[in-house]
Design a protein around this ligand. Structure first.
Ligand SMILES: Nc1ncnc2c1ncn2[C@@H]1O[C@H](COP(=O)(O)OP(=O)(O)OP(=O)(O)O)[C@@H](O)[C@H]1O
Length: 306
């Protein structure tokens, strides 16, 4: 596949402070890429530099082969951006906001109507086009922002926390649109999120912490490397279970009323369970989660305050 975003040895300093420290990664065309990290990790700094808003300190950042420092206007015509905070004019209607954006992008007048229809159809808002933005729900506003980000038919769409602050149902809808854009339009999506279940939907994830990329892979590979499945066993004969766990070299922790056992060596675990089956009062096997991946790699939860 073709890398549409290429970042090599990117560093960004604010005065003496290094916010992003020599990171490299690439994003394949037509994929969904998630940039994950705790507060202050360097996500916005990277996204803003890729979108030509901030200047890099050093390194190379290319979008569709164009340099974000020396070919700004070529890059801008290739990308759409949806920021965390709404930048819609709430005094105007949906349609007026989109028309204004067409002017910014020098879209020929004869194409404006067709493009507005196209992008509003994508986010299911065509019938609402005459509504004032001030009257829209948070989820609808976000959909208008996505439509606006697509009006110049970009190849790459940047979404900075596209679903933050939205209720679960609206978040699910926004995701339907994101997946539709990828599947039907082959648009590359670069997003930041702190919802783990969203990161798991993406094709690739880069985890950034303190300005450094600490992991970069598919959700499946990251889970495989950084999480462990566990069995939670309650028994009526603790002495026997402990003796079997030791005998079969299974790592375990004794908790209040149950044993937490690492389920990596599945053969051994099954053997222990079969030998001990008459004493087991309850058993549950839990898969490792993406939260475990993040915790394992960064040593902190994605949002410490959450
Ligand atoms: N203009 C600036 N001047 C000085 N330091 C800054 C500036 N902008 C950001 N920083 C610092 O750079 C680091 C990275 O910030 P950045 O906004 O990129 O993080 P982030 O991962 O997007 O965080 P959040 O999830 O909170 O938005 C932080 O320590 C931040 O305080």
């Amino acid at each position: 596949m073709n890398p549409i975003i290429e970042v090599k040895n990117f560093t960004k300093k604010y005065g003496d402070f290094t916010a992003v420290n020599n990171i490299s990664f690439h994003v394949e065309e037509g994929t969904i890429f998630a940039f994950l990290g705790p507060n202050g990790a360097g996500k916005s700094t990277t996204i803003n530099t890729l979108c030509t808003i901030f200047e890099k300190t050093s390194g190379t950042l290319l979008i569709n082969g164009k340099d974000v420092t020396t070919q700004k206007s070529e890059v801008r015509s290739t990308i759409g951006v949806v920021f965390q905070d709404s930048t819609l004019d709430s005094k105007m209607t949906i349609e007026e906001n989109l028309k204004m954006h067409c002017v910014f992008y020098n879209i020929p007048k004869k194409e404006v109507e067709e493009r507005i229809r196209f992008v509003l159809t994508l986010v299911d808002l065509l019938d609402e086009r005459k509504k004032s933005v001030a009257a829209l729900s948070g989820g609808m506003k976000r959909r208008v922002e996505i439509a606006r980000g697509l009006i110049h038919y970009p190849k790459v769409l940047f979404l900075d926390e596209p679903t933050t602050g939205l209720d679960p149902q609206t978040r699910a809808h926004i995701w339907e649109y994101i997946l539709k854009l990828q599947k039907e339009r082959n648009i590359t999506i670069f997003l930041t999120t702190h919802y783990m279940e969203e990161a798991e939907i993406c094709n690739k994830i880069a985890i950034i912490d303190n300005g450094v990329i600490v992991a970069h892979d598919t959700p499946y590979a990251l889970k495989k490397e950084f999480t462990k499945d566990r069995a939670y066993i309650s028994t009526k004969n603790e002495a026997e279970l402990e003796q079997l766990l030791v005998q079969y070299e299974l790592k375990y922790e004794k908790k209040e009323g149950y044993y937490k056992v690492e389920a990596e060596k599945l053969d051994c675990l099954l053997q222990v369970l079969s030998l001990h089956k008459d004493h087991i009062s309850n058993i549950e096997i839990k898969k490792g989660t993406f939260n475990d991946v993040f915790l394992e790699i960064t040593g902190k939860k994605i949002r410490e305050e959450a």
